[in-house]
Each structure stands twice: as C-alpha cells, then as structure tokens.
Design a protein around this ligand. Structure first.
Ligand SMILES: [Zn+2]
Length: 73
C-alpha cells in the first residue's frame, strides 16, 4: 500500500482514517482509511481523526473501528 500522509497542513503522520463529507445529508463520516480517493474525502492521522469536529448543523459519525468517542491516549 502506498504511504498516505495526513491531509492536514504541516502534519507528516501517516493517515489511518478517512473523513468523508456527505453534503446532501450534512453528515461527516470518519471511517477506516478509504481504498480510493474521493474529492470529498480527507485522509487523517490518528491524532487529527480524534480532533475532528464538524461545522454547526452537521453530524459526525465515527466508525466503531476507530474507538468511537473514547480517547485513545
Ligand atoms: Zn495529522
């Protein structure tokens, strides 16, 4: 598998999760690293995945494989 860095500026950590925006439903889905890149998805490292927040009016759904909302420290 190709190395995919976190998409946050200045972050060199490897991506472990993919954040996808569903604009129709105002839903952001944080799941395991996607196999294919989509224009509406962003790869994130573990730290940035954990820090992810969504705009007001949006819902964030975390995949169970990422530990839900439990801190991973
Ligand atoms: Zn990062």
């Amino acid at each position: 598998m190709d190395f995919r860095p976190c998409s946050r500026v200045a972050c060199q950590a490897p991506a472990v999760a993919t954040l996808t925006f569903d604009y129709a439903d105002a839903l952001a889905v944080l799941g395991p690293l996607a196999v294919t890149k989509s224009p509406h998805s962003f790869d994130l490292c573990a730290r940035h995945a954990q820090l992810t927040t969504v705009p007001a009016g949006w819902s964030l759904m975390r995949h169970a494989a990422l530990g839900g909302d439990q801190p991973q420290l």
